[in-house]
Design a binder for this molecule. Sequence first.
Ligand code: NAD
Ligand code: ZN
Length: 245
Amino acid sequence: MIDKSFKKLIENSSNIVVFTGAGISTESGIPDFRSPTGIWKKYQPIEFNDFLSSETIRIEAWRRKFEIDKNISKAKPNIGHMAIAKLVKDGKVKNVITQNIDNLHQDSGIPSEIIIELHGNTTYAKCLDCGFKYDLSKIMKEFEETNKPPYCNLCSGIVKTATISFGQAMPEKEMNLSQECSLSCDLFIAIGSSLQVYPAAGFPILAKKNGSKLIILNREKTDLDIYADLVINDEIGSFLSKNIN
Ligand code: NAD
Ligand code: ZN
């Protein structure tokens, strides 16, 4: 369906922030968290402190990670990601804030400098002490051989995927950047997020309270719909590809 109000809001804006959640990647074959087929119907999340304090829990975290990776590692950007990349190319979108960890915005051709990853990235790992980055393929091979979680070769610190877990501090630089662009944008579009995870879900409200227009595109209703200038309950890929061209 062509949505004239959506097109008009895009047309009238020159500094758009796109904010995405797991819903934009379900059409790439990566399940979200809260839908009936979401990951949480299968697993309870592992808290950061439990990951730190127990090797048994770290083994379980890595086992799950490699299971979930079977979907993520072969996923490709879908028509929803490509429609956003088009808005970036046209100079309309200045920043993409994402809660996703799947690297699919980068894979769609959006320059990584303008992508703000609030919850990190699951396509590589990092030492929690010295920050050294690790490729996952080597970690996976060693994990399969030894069933032991990885430690840093440089400082013996605990190695974890470069994602932000529940109970782990939010990344300061990304939080500041998200705040800055939410304050300066003239249109904020939240796509495929249940908008229940804070502080991430605070950015649409911040933008709206500072004079930006707000669009929410999601299959289901969200608690922030009351703040929005336009709420679209539709499938992301088909909607965006029909309305961004
Ligand atoms: P969520 O699971 O809470 O919400 C996703 C929303 O998207 C739901 O309301 C669902 O109805 C909607 N949705 C799903 N597919 C859709 C489609 N095709 N069209 C329209 N709507 C659709 O996700 P969230 O708000 O991003 O929060 C969950 C957290 O989980 C995030 O912080 C994120 O870090 C993490 N996560 C990331 C990925 C990923 O990187 N792809 C996947 C799962 C979870
Ligand atoms: Zn280290």
